[in-house]
Structures are given as structure tokens and as C-alpha cells.
Design a protein around this ligand. Structure first.
Ligand code: PRX
Length: 650
């Protein structure tokens, strides 16, 4: 969690740039306020009205059934997500570009809405041909290639539930996620490109599937052309399936609450949780927020740089923009390949007007220097966005001055895998911004910053961020574990949604999200859990016990620090440190690679045996410990741990 700098509360808000404001959908704080009040006073009326932006085969009979904590939205309504993202645009916008795709190796693909529709229909038929039925789960482990959104929309078209697993995860992580959802099909590729290297996805998928008895077929996109192992009878080439399939595939109508996807995310235990999103509420949340927060226009060229392996890619690269008939840019690889101006080159080439990226990316761009940015013509850009972690005011200002050339508002969007869509964000033509604050909740979203007893805290005091009322794109449950859903989100402060974030509200009602209060770590915006990394460490034969904490990192926001005690017969060495770092990367995936492993003889524990992570956090960050250590079992431990780093460095 960030330490809050009260200085920022005194910052003067930055008004929306006048040129932007003049043409925006919502042009003043007053207008925002009216919309907000209307939604607050009559949430069902408000959401019922918004729901008209979807195409319904049968309109809903009732807007909400709320039996805390279980919500059903748009009851009795029937629709098809893929139809809403594609078919309904064809008559007027069939020739409009849906996707400008660029591979890291320079390969380019352009798909119009009509072309995308045809490819989705063919692939949906291919899935049907393999016996995939409504409610079956399809695992997706792919690079950022056009077949990825096509796969998602094809699943949605036939009512199959997709479960995307980020391409940076390991075979073990795949096994857990495929096993939990009982996926029948795995879609992957021979490989993908990252910084000029091939990421061997099929090889990892092959290893995983050895331990995944539910997988019947593996569908493989030929992306790199590298030689891959092939299991006859199980493995199928995507292009062969697509060629053989019919381009006609009707879009059946599904119930509003038909499950759309599962997306695994990290929580406080070692076991990732399968966040379940359903059809109508999720799609509405994604579509409504894309329109409002990005102030969308028909001629926008919109680029969300997130990987579809994370929720941002689901909501703001696939469902939100396509439901709005937007032209999207999608890029496969790293921002610094072949050079550090790859993103700015892409913006210039496609005349991107809306650019949505992570705070970590912004901090990296800032560290690389202005020249990479300023040598490109970025005059097409009109709006900038950020997501995933708190953005520090210095990075915010750099983004505003150098990338946006003081002409583009910045939307700092706060939300979560669980919320499905943006919850707190400026409206770019209406909300004066304060660098580092996500500002105000969107109309239809009721948030508060409270104590553990649920009482609002005074302006400037730290509390827990909660959401008071249900919203359409909220998670419905944790797949297969409704008890965990109730416990993690709805029991801490009974009856309201607990976000797991600490925040402050200032005198203007602006929300400053400070970071997680649980053991979730955000490394480069990626969500990991301390416990997941600890389980990976203790699975190594040399490790007796492990405790994992985060320390602030200038670029990545947070970095992973591991404290480890060894089993007898093993001794501290630089080689073992490296081996343990590698072991975590292999067990979970390279995104979980620790920055530091420190050896210790003992870990600080309370008398009841709980590891005191707070002390370790302080040690990792400052090298020493202050504050209350009265419940600590052995005071000497801290001393030893504090000197452990020095010993390691000798
Ligand atoms: O701590 C908050 C942080 O990211 C968490 C959610 O992570 P995840 O489910 O991976 O979703 C990330 C993309 C939506 C939150 O609990 N977070 C997200 N956006 C912001 C943020 N923290 C501060 N400011 C943000 N704009």
C-alpha cells in the first residue's frame, strides 16, 4: 500500500482541456452530478434505460433481483453477446475496420466488422463441430493475435464459457485453472513473439495437458511456424478447422444470466479464484463505461494495450469497444521492441485517438526519456487512460505534458476483475482531474470509504473502499466456491462489497486509492498473491518456510521480496537465491519472478504462529522495524532479519 502524501490533497484540480470539453458527451461537473443523482435515486430505472443500448431478442421483464450477495440483472431478457458485438453493426458498418492488428515481427492484419463476423461464425461452427455445448468451458492460452478475440466471440456466440489464461503463466498455473473449470477444449498457438523471442505456448500447453484429463481437444493457431510436437487425435490446426467450417452460424438467444466467462485472479490464499461474469449485465457494464469514460465517437481509433489474459483486455479490448462498433488497435509484443518507441510508432501509423495503458507502462516510458515520444506525430491522440494500480502524480504529469501535449485529458480508471467494468474515473469532458486520484464514481456506482464497522471516515482519513449497491457487471460468484465469494467480498463489512483496497476521500469527494489491504501484490499492474508465491517457494526441496511481501518499486509499482528459511542440510548461497527465483518463475510464470530472496533463520511470528508480514514489509522497504511489536514471539528475529540482507551482500 502506498504511503499517502497529504500534499496532493491541496493540488489545484486541472480543468478538462476546453477543446475537448466543447465536443464531449458530458461537458460539466453539473451534468455529471445530475446523471449521478438520477442513477442514485432510481438505480433500476437508470440501468433499465441504459440497457436499451444492447440489442435484445427478448427485453428483460425485471431489472434486478437482489438477494444479498447474489444479484440477477435483466431477468427474463434474451440476447447474444457476439450478435451485439458484430451482427448488429453489419448493415451500416460492415466495412468499418474492427481491428488493426500488428505483430511484434511487423506482420499486419486488418479486419472489418464483416470479416471479423465471418471468422467468428466459422470458428463458432468449428467448436460446435467438436461437440462444444452451451455451458461447456473452453480454456484459452494464446498470444495477442486476432484469433484471440475471435475465439472469445465464438465461445460467446454458442454459449460456451471461456476461461482465458494469460500467456505468461506456467504449465502448473494452467493445470490448476483448467482443472478448476473442467475445461474441455484448450485453444493455443505454436508460439507468440515477445522481445524478438518465441514464447513456446504449445510446449507449455502440452506439458499442462498431461495432467488435465478433462481436455479432449487442443486447437493450435499457426503463428510462428516453429516445429511443434503433435498428438494425433487430440491436436487440431485452427486454420484447417476454420477453412472447413461454414461461414453461417446463427446467434442463438441466451438468458441474461447465462455465464459468459471465468477469469482467474489472485486472492489472499494460494488458490486463484475463478471470477464468474454473466451475459447481459457484464456486456452492458463494458459497453456503457467504454462510451462514457472514453467519450467515444464513431471515428475514434482506440487502443487499449492490455493483454486479453487480464480483465482489462476482456472489457476494453474485446467486449466494450466492439459492442460500441469501435475501430480497435491490437499489438502482440513488447513496447520496447525493436526500439523504445514502438508504441508511439503504432499510434502515428494508425492515427490512434484514444490510448489506454497501465501506470507501469507510463513510468517506464518516462524513464526511457522524452525523445522516443516527441519524435513521433501524436497529434491524433485526444484522450489518455491509465489502469491497474495507483499512478503517482509525477508519472501522471509526464503523461499529460509529454504524451498528451497538455491537450488530452487523462482518465485514471479504478476497477477490478470482480467489478467487470470501470467504477471510478473522471468523465474526460466534465471532471476536473487531480493527478493521482481516480476522482469520482461513475453514475450508477455508489462507493464509500469506511471503517471496519462500516462508518464513513472523515475527509483525509484512510479507510476501506466499499461499493454499497449492486451493479450490472459485478461478479456473480467465485466459480465452484460460493462460500469464498460470500466470505471475501460480502462478510468483512456485512451487506456491502469489500474491494480489498484502502483509500481516502478528500474534501471534494475525490477518491484516492492507496493500494491493497490484503496480501495481494500488484507487480506491473499484474495481480499476484503472497500465498501463491509462498506455496511455490515451499515446493522447492531446500525451503522450510517462506514469507512474501511487496516493496515499492519505481517502475513496477511493487516488487516481490521473499524471506526464506531453509531445511537442515541446505545453506545460504547466491546460487540458491537464483535457483529459488527461477523456481517461482517456472512454477507460476515469469510475471511472478521475485526481485529478491533473503535467507533467514526464523520468520517473525505472533504467539499464535501467524507470520507478521507487516514487519517484513517494513524490513523489505526500510531495512528496519518501528511500531508495535508486542505480539511478536521472538524479538531477536527482527534483528537477525534486518542484518540478513547485509550478510547476503557480503
Ligand atoms: O488495488 C486496485 C488496483 O488493482 C486492483 C484490481 O486488480 P485487477 O483485478 O487485476 O484489475 C486490474 C484492472 C482493472 C484494485 O483492487 N487498481 C486498479 N485500478 C487502479 C488501481 N489502483 C489505483 N488506481 C487505479 N486506477
Amino acid at each position: 500500500m502506498q504511503e499517502f502524501d497529504p500534499q496532493v490533497l491541496n493540488e489545484k484540480p486541472i480543468a478538462p482541456p476546453p477543446e475537448f470539453q466543447r465536443r464531449a458527451r458530458i461537458r460539466s461537473l453539473d451534468e455529471y452530478g445530475k446523471l449521478y443523482e438520477r442513477a442514485k435515486n432510481d438505480p433500476e430505472g437508470f440501468w433499465g434505460e441504459q440497457a436499451k443500448m444492447l440489442d435484445w431478442f427478448e427485453p428483460p421483464k425485471k431489472i434486478l433481483e437482489w438477494d444479498v450477495p447474489h444479484a440477477k440483472w435483466f431477468i427474463g431478457g434474451k440476447l447474444n453477446v457476439s450478435y451485439n458485438c458484430l451482427d448488429r453493426h453489419l448493415a451500416t458498418n460492415g466495412k468499418k475496420v474492427a481491428l488493426h492488428w500488428e505483430g511484434e515481427d511487423g506482420k499486419r492484419v486488418r479486419l472489418t466488422y464483416a470479416e471479423m463476423h465471418e471468422r467468428v461464425c466459422r470458428f463458432a461452427n468449428a467448436l460446435l463441430g467438436l461437440g462444444v455445448k452451451t455451458g461447456d468451458c473452453v480454456a484459452v492460452y494464446m498470444p495477442m493475435i486476432p484469433e484471440l478475440p475471435i475465439a472469445l466471440l465464438a465461445c460467446a456466440r454458442i454459449g460456451a464459457i471461456h476461461s482465458v489464461i494469460f500467456g505468461g503463466f506456467s504449465a502448473i498455473a494452467l493445470i490448476d485453472r483448467i482443472g478448476d473449470a473442467k475445461s474441455k477444449i484448450l485453444i493455443t498457438a505454436d508460439g507468440g513473439y515477445r522481445r524478438g523471442h518465441v514464447v513456446p505456448l504449445k510446449e507449455t500447453a502440452d506439458k499442462a495437458v498431461e495432467s488435465c484429463p478433462t481436455i479432449e481437444k487442443m486447437i493450435v493457431v499457426k503463428r510462428t511456424g516453429e516445429e511443434v510436437a503433435w498428438t494425433q487425435g487430440r491436436d487440431l490446426w485452427w486454420h484447417e478447422l476454420e477453412q472447413k467450417a461454414s461461414p453461417h452460424c446463427p446467434a442463438p438467444s441466451f438468458d441474461s444470466e447465462q455465464p459468459l466467462y471465468i477469469l482467474y485472479t489472485s486472492g489472499t490464499t494460494g488458490k486463484p479464484k475463478g471470477v464468474l461474469h454473466t451475459t447481459a449485465g457484464y456486456l452492458l457494464g463494458a459497453m456503457y463505461t467504454t462510451q462514457l469514460v472514453f467519450d467515444l465517437r464513431d471515428d475514434d481509433v482506440y487502443w487499449c494495450t492490455a493483454d486479453v489474459g487480464w480483465v482489462t483486455g476482456h472489457s476494453y479490448l474485446v467486449y466494450g469497444p466492439l459492442a460500441n462498433c469501435t475501430t480497435c488497435v491490437m499489438y502482440e509484443g513488447a513496447p520496447d521492441f525493436p526500439k523504445k518507441d514502438r508504441f508511439w510508432e503504432i499510434i502515428e501509423r494508425y492515427k490512434v485517438s484514444i490510448f489506454y495503458s497501465s501506470a507501469t507502462a507510463v513510468r517506464a516510458f518516462m524513464a526511457w526519456g522524452n525523445d522516443w515520444v516527441t519524435k513521433h506525430d501524436l497529434s491524433s491522440v485526444r484522450l489518455l487512460g491509465t489502469v491497474g494500480e495507483p499512478i503517482n502524480p509525477a508519472a501522471w504529469k509526464w503523461y499529460f505534458d509529454v504524451v498528451g501535449q497538455k491537450r488530452c485529458p487523462i482518465v485514471d480508471t479504478w476497477w477490478q476483475t470482480e467489478t467487470g467494468a470501470i467504477m471510478i474515473s473522471p468523465l474526460p469532458g466534465a471532471t476536473p482531474t487531480k493527478p493521482g486520484s481516480a476522482t469520482l464514481p461513475l453514475p450508477g456506482v455508489i462507493t464509500r470509504v469506511v471503517t471496519m464497522q462500516g462508518e464513513s471516515v472523515a475527509p483525509g482519513e484512510t479507510g476501506y473502499l466499499i461499493i454499497e449497491k449492486p451493479w450490472p457487471s459485478m461478479l456473480r460468484t467465485i466459480f465452484g466456491d460460493d462460500e469464498r465469494f460470500k466470505r471475501d467480498y460480502w462478510s468483512r463489512i456485512p451487506g456491502v462489497y469489500f474491494t480489498g483496497d484502502a483509500a481516502q476521500c478528500d474534501a471534494d469527494g475525490y477518491i484516492w486509492v492507496l493500494g491493497r489491504v490484503d496480501d495481494v501484490i500488484k507487480v506491473a499492474g499484474h495481480r499476484l498473491s503472497s500465498m501463491e508465491i509462498e506455496s511455490a517457494l515451499v515446493s522447492h526441496p531446500s525451503v522450510a518456510e517462506a514469507a512474501v511481501v511487496a516493496r515499492p518499486d519505481e517502475i513496477k509499482g511493487e516488487a516481490i521480496v521473499c524471506f526464506v528459511t531453509l531445511r537442515s542440510g541446505h545453506s545460504h548461497s547466491a546460487a540458491l537465491q537464483t535457483a529459488l527465483i527461477e523456481h517461482v518463475a517456472v512454477t507460476i510464470g515469469s510475471i511472478a519472478r521475485p526481485s529478491e530472496v533473503r535467507f533467514a533463520d526464523l520468520l517473525p511470528k505472533t504467539r499464535s504462529g501467524k507470520i507478521m508480514r507487516r514487519l517484513l514489509r517494513e524490513l523489505a522497504e526500510k531495512g528496519g522495524v518501528s511500531g508495535d511489536v508486542t505480539t511478536l514471539e521472538d524479538m531477536g528475529v527482527i534483528q537477525k532479519l534486518a542484518s540478513a540482507k547485509a550478510l547476503d551482500e557480503e
